[in-house]
Design a protein around this ligand. Structure first.
Ligand SMILES: Cc1cc2nc3c(=O)[nH]c(=O)nc-3n(C[C@H](O)[C@H](O)[C@H](O)COP(=O)(O)OP(=O)(O)OC[C@H]3O[C@@H](n4cnc5c(N)ncnc54)[C@H](O)[C@@H]3O)c2cc1C
Length: 459
């Protein structure tokens, strides 16, 4: 459908935020997302300053029959925060964070990044369970579930969500919590951006300030032994210990010693949130199992741990993602892991196993859309490189690695680690919760207005 100049002019005039069109000099910067492999050209980008702007943008999108994408932090693997030839509702100006230290709650704008939240909460000795990197958007990560350093102790990010405010496909602004619009509150805790534009999130905050964490690195030759030890340690250890396992190449900069630069290694990145005076004792058996080639674990402010990998993974690189949930890590699976770790094609390509046990299990499978609560890990294989010329090389590696490991997986994958993989994979991810999501989708978004996402087909 043709968009008239008059309609665009009226839209611009009715917004407090900016409307960016292809002719504007800021267009390329505004349409770019974190994954540089995504190159989409929307017709308009509405940078919403407040809820009124979001309501106007939804109405405009509907009246003009535009495809609509919602952008939070722009980090999504498959680039679902931007679309071709449609309208992007960009919430990045709405990045406020209000901490209530008395109630221990945090109100966060729909366009905030986790580093904004970490900055605001740290001053009060609090944190909201999120991921492992500070540049990710609060909205996309939360709406997909949210896995990170505090998961074993305090659950997924959605398990710490108390309420949302959102603009629905029909333009209405609603609050959703356990009592009000409970169907929506259930659906947004894992169902992604399918149900509306979330303009604010209210979280429960946890008492986390300085943790004992950081990476321990071992040579690849020790990886099988480390993985066999880790697979039983991380299911038995107390919930105040988190450690995700990674294969990676050591970056050529401090604090990594020169003799390790550019070496392929394995590591466990720890985050212990228990009493600091007990930390040395807690880590004694870990260090005692096999002395790491490099041990960087120690007391660290939570926001510093959260931003430890920001330099390694700046925006603007090419990313190819493949994911699965994993229940058990067999010796056969470990052998495949080692085979592909030895072939990591580029310095930033990696494989992570994020534990999702502990507190995650205490929430029932039907209590939120997030079905795979009995899995032990969320596994992600990512081919990453700054150079688009290497795309074939790193995406082939990721696909082959994933195919070799998929037979050992638990079915489904974390939606936030998936690119576009089709309906079967989405169904496998939501398991028996899919039908309920589909019914809510039909009631709340019958025309599938919000469809630039891991789409739920209405029932
Ligand atoms: C380097 C890196 C590290 C990561 N680490 C982790 C991690 O540790 N743990 C983890 O759980 N995930 C992690 N992720 C995955 C991350 O959760 C997803 O990429 C997530 O989609 C990012 O959210 P965003 O708001 O930045 O995304 P965007 O690209 O802006 O949006 C993603 C999706 O969310 C929807 N959406 C965004 N904002 C809104 C809104 N306000 N209302 C409604 N829908 C909205 C959009 O429709 C879109 O489908 C990581 C990603 C990257 C790139």
């Amino acid at each position: 459908m043709m968009l008239s100049e008059a309609a665009i002019a009226e839209f611009k005039a009715s917004l407090r935020g900016e409307v960016i069109a292809p002719s504007d000099s800021s267009y390329d910067a505004a349409r770019n997302v974190y994954n540089a492999m995504i190159d989409r050209r929307p017709r308009l980008i509405a940078r919403c300053a407040d809820v009124a702007d979001v309501m106007t943008a939804v109405k405009f999108g509907r009246e003009q029959s535009l495809l609509v994408a919602i952008r939070g932090g722009g980090h999504n693997a498959g680039g679902l925060g931007v679309c071709d030839d449609g309208l992007v509702i960009d919430l990045s100006p709405m990045s406020y964070v209000h901490v209530d230290p008395r109630k221990k709650t945090v109100l966060v704008g729909g366009g905030a990044l986790w580093r904004h939240v970490d900055h605001a909460t740290h001053a009060f000795g609090l944190a909201v369970p999120s991921g492992i990197i500070s540049t990710t958007g609060v909205a996309g990560l939360t709406l997909g579930g949210g896995i990170g350093y505090l998961t074993r102790r305090y659950g997924l990010t959605i398990d710490n969500l108390l309420a949302v405010e959102m603009v629905l496909a029909d333009g209405r602004f609603v609050t959703a919590n356990a009592k009000e619009n409970a169907d929506l509150f259930w659906a947004v805790r894992g169902g992604g951006g399918n149900f509306g534009v979330v303009t604010s999130f209210l979280f429960k905050a946890r008492p986390v300030q300085t943790v004992y964490g950081g990476p321990m690195l071992w040579p690849l030759e020790d990886a099988a032994e480390i993985m066999r030890w880790y697979r039983s340690f991380i299911v038995k250890s107390s919930e105040d210990i988190y450690g995700f396992f990674a294969f990676h190449t050591v970056p050529p900069w401090a604090p990594f010693p020169e003799h390790l630069h550019n070496k392929k290694m394995c590591s466990i990145v720890w985050c212990y949130t228990g009493a600091m005076k007990k930390a040395a004792k807690v880590f004694r058996p870990i260090r005692g199992f096999k002395t790491p080639a490099l041990d960087l674990a120690g007391p660290i402010p939570h926001p510093a741990l959260q931003s430890l990998f920001d330099r390694l993974y700046p925006p603007g690189m090419q990313w190819y993602w493949k994911a699965d949930f994993v229940g058990t890590l067999s010796d056969e699976a470990i052998a495949q892991h080692i085979k592909y770790a030895e072939k990591m094609p580029t310095p930033q390509s990696t494989m992570h196993l994020y534990p999702i046990n502990g507190a995650v299990r205490r929430v029932k499978k039907r209590a939120t859309p997030w079905w795979h609560r009995e899995a032990t890990w969320s596994q992600v294989i990512v081919g990453v490189d700054p150079d688009p010329a290497n795309k074939e090389k790193f995406s082939t590696w990721a696909k082959e690695y994933w195919s070799a490991l998929h037979p050992y997986s638990a079915g489904g994958a974390y939606i936030n680690f998936m690119m576009e993989e089709g309906e079967d994979r989405i169904r496998a991810t939501y398991g028996k919760n899919y039908d309920r999501l589909a019914k809510i989708k039909k009631r709340r978004d019958p025309t599938n207005f919000f469809r630039v996402n891991q789409n739920i087909k209405s029932k």
